[in-house]
Design a protein around this ligand. Structure first.
Ligand SMILES: [Zn+2]
Length: 102
């Protein structure tokens, strides 16, 4: 879920005055006003969310672990990991190398 940063359009209260962050689903509509004082707010692109939108550390380490398994010839481990991560093609590939027949 992305974090959206909002700033008041004019003067806000102590909550929204300096900007505030809200965790929202992408499907949720953007806030139009401060939930506390009702002042009009607009969304700003925060440096934080811009910074985490790149490859996440999680997927980087997953890739690293897959590469480790594959370079060590642990195909069934790699296949299982790829399978859990939803990398179907890579999983199939690794399963085949592990000796499984489909
Ligand atoms: Zn406010």
């Amino acid at each position: 879920m992305p974090i959206y940063e909002y700033r008041p359009v004019k003067a806000g209260c102590s909550y929204c005055g300096k900007g505030f962050d809200v965790l929202q689903k992408i499907s949720e509509p953007l806030l139009q006003s401060c939930p506390r004082c009702g002042a009009g707010v607009r969304r700003v692109i925060s440096s934080f969310s811009a910074c985490v939108s790149g490859p996440s550390p999680e997927s980087a380490s997953l890739d690293g672990r897959l590469n480790d398994f594959e370079s060590e010839g642990k195909w069934s481990h790699a296949a299982e990991l790829a399978d859990k991560a939803g990398l179907k093609e890579r999983a199939m590939d690794d399963y085949k190398k592990a000796g499984y027949n489909f």
